[in-house]
Structure formats: structure tokens, C-alpha cells
Design a protein around this ligand. Sequence first.
Ligand code: UDX
Length: 436
Amino acid sequence: MNLVVAGTGYVGLVTGICLAYKGNNVACIDIDEDKINCLQKGMIPIYEPGLEEIFMNTRIKGKLNFSTDYVNAYKNADAIFIGVGTPEKHDGSANLKYVYEVCDKIADTVEKDCLIIVKSTVPIGTNDKIEKYILKNLKHKVNIEVASNPEFLSQGTAVKDTINAKRIVFGVKSSRAEMILREIYRKFDLPIVVTDLKSAEMIKYASNDFLALKISFINEIANLCELVGANIEDVAKGMGYDTRIGGKFLKAGVGYGGSCFPKDTKALHWLACDNGYEIKTIKAAIEVNELQRYKLLKLARERFSTLNNIEISVLGATFKPNTDDLRESPAVDNIKKLLLCNAKISVYDPVGGENLKKVFKDDINIASSIDECIKNSELVFIFTEWDEIKNYNIDNYIKYMRTPIIFDGRNCYDLKILKDKRLEYYSIGRQPVINL
Ligand code: UDX
């Protein structure tokens, strides 16, 4: 079977490489020539642990190729995956521009019967609309059908999440579409949920939004823990043992970021409103997350009479560890606000430095180590729990900083270790340590 994946962004690229790794012939198509050139030379444009290894393995076996020539690829395809982005519009709804651009090209070029498989996260009802749209615009007399096959991969563990996924969802209208999808995934020994198109689309949104809600819930409990003198780490641990609750996504912090949760919560909220219904829980999750993001900044403003000219270090800039992605990163938003306060900012991130430079140019200093970043600074913010930051020697804050005042947005350090240190330490859902 000839498979084509449209879009070599995060979802498209990981999907394409993993499908090829599992024995399919895959052509990955993108309009971005630089990206395709880079992939043709064997370089991966994103940071994703484990991806390079299987990329090399599949390239050697000749199962995978990259091209901008969509005409040739679509013409001979048995199935085309759409894996392009669906970014957020100003009103919170999903922007389907890129999806429809691919649909136009598919309608113009397919010359044999083809299954169009939508991986991109699209609002409920979109797959039906896409099918009608392509059928209306088809240039050649062929049979096409649209299926939904949402992705559930997380950045940093994308390969594992695809190859050892918890489940695979097929949203289909016919047994033929189901059969083709089963054939593509024949070597994945995973639970498969077969359903209709709309339910498949909803599974994706409901899954992401539930996790976002779980994070916002624990963040609110953390905020209350601070007020009543409880410890969120212990509370989350105690809750997590209950398998009905589960211990994952109970990590309190400065809120969720990334390319999915912020966008997908707003998109579902928008979609519900558009259907005359308000999902109150999701609305609350969005509000909580927005407030949580600036929680430590608010605290720092109370601690210091002004942040004007204060030397501030920021440790961790990506929206979570093990990715170089800065999208919707709490660090980026906080740095923007700190710059407005006229603070002098030095940032260290193990891999996000290059991307930070693109966003902030010369407005911030990008340090090449934690030591360098915190030297002489008056306060430190921690926004991402990279292992390097979690394993950093606490005594170095005392040694290098002018005043060792730490605002830790990811609870990187054990309070028991900090309690006798000569520093000030504020974290999330735990009592501060004030020894200065
Ligand atoms: C998410 C989903 O997990 C994945 O299934 C979906 O396909 C895409 O969206 P991703 O955005 O890569 O994946 O990251 P994830 O690990 O889910 O984290 C998202 C955000 O939530 C990060 O900013 C992270 O720091 C935050 N988070 C996560 C918490 O604050 N607490 C937690 O307990 C878990």
C-alpha cells in the first residue's frame, strides 16, 4: 500500500516515520522546501528523543521518502494522512486553513481510489465536511472516503506514544475504511476503538481536555494547600494511589502549555458555545490555567517593591522538559511580562536556547549553563522541570546568586533538603522556606 503523510510538523513527521518503521511504504510531503531538504539529508528538524534512531533505521530499509512533489505522491496514494496544524484563531476556534489547503490539492490530484485519514485535531463534524468538500472538487472520477485517526502523542515521548499507544482510534463510515486502517496498523499490537467520525473527533478533544482539566484541578487544590498549610505533593500522591483517579497529570505547577492543551480547551469551549451549550468545567480549566501561569510573578512582585533593573534568572523555557518547543510556554509569557517591568533577564534552557533567540533577540541574555545564568542574580524563576535543573546542587544558588531567592514553578526541590538552607524558596502548593 502506498501511504502519504501530508505535513511534516510534529504529528505528521512522527506518524510518517513510525508507520514506515512498522513496515509501510510512506512518502512524507510538505510545502516547506527547507524542511524537506533537511529531511532528505537525514536531519530531523525537531528535537524528539528516539526519533532519529528509528528514522535512520527506516531510511536504510528504503521505506520512507520526503518530497515537496505532492502531485506525484497523491496521484498514486492508496491512503493519505492529513497531519497539518490546526492552530487557534483569535476567537479560540480552530483554524482549518491548512487542512483545507491539503484537501484542495488532494481533490486536484488523486487519480485512484483513496482513503483520506485525518490525524490533525479538528472540531467535531469537520471530517464529514472535508469529505463533502473533496468529493465536490474532485478532478478525476475516483472513490474517496474520509476517516478519522486522531493522534495521542506527547512531545518528548512521541515515538513511544505512537508505537506503544494506549489505544488506536478509527472513526470510519464503512467497513472498507476500517479494513484499510487495520491493514496499515497490522503490526501495531494495540487496542483499537472503532467508531463513527464524530465520536472519533470527540475522543481526541475530550481526552486532551480531560487531562487539562485534571491539571487545573490539582493546581487549584495546590493553591488551597498553600492557604491551609497542606502539601500538594503528598496530597497528589495520596490521591494517585486510587486507580479511579490515577497518579498521572496531578503535578501542580505554573499550568499547562504546549501546542495542544491551550488550543484544544479553547476550541472545545468555542465549539460548545457554537452549539448553544457551555462546558463549564472546560471554561473553568482555561481560566484557572491563565491565572496559574502568572502566579509566581505576582508573588515576586509582592516580595520585591519593584522589578525595575533587578537581575532575574529564568531556568527552563520550553513548555515542558525533553522538547525544544516554546509554544504557549509559561516561561515565554512570564519573560514578556518581566521585560515590561524592565527587569534584566538571563535564561538557561538545555535545548530551547536557539528558539528563545528567535523570540527575544537581544532583549534577554541566553546563558550556556545554570551556573552562568544565576551568577549575581537577585532572584530565580524555574518554569520547566528539566532533570538538569532538578539535579542541580542547591548550594550553588547560595554560592552564585547575589540573593538566593527562588520561585520554583515546577516543585523541583525537596522541602526537607531546603529547610535549613540560607535561602528563600517559594513553590506551588507548599509552604515557603524563608531563611534569609
Ligand atoms: C498533550 C497530550 O498529553 C497528548 O496526548 C496529545 O496528543 C497532545 O497534547 P503535550 O502537549 O506534548 O501532549 O504534553 P503533556 O505532557 O501532555 O503536557 C502538557 C502541559 O501540561 C505541559 O506544559 C506540562 O508541563 C503540563 N503538565 C502536565 C502539568 O502541569 N502537570 C502535569 O501533571 C502534567
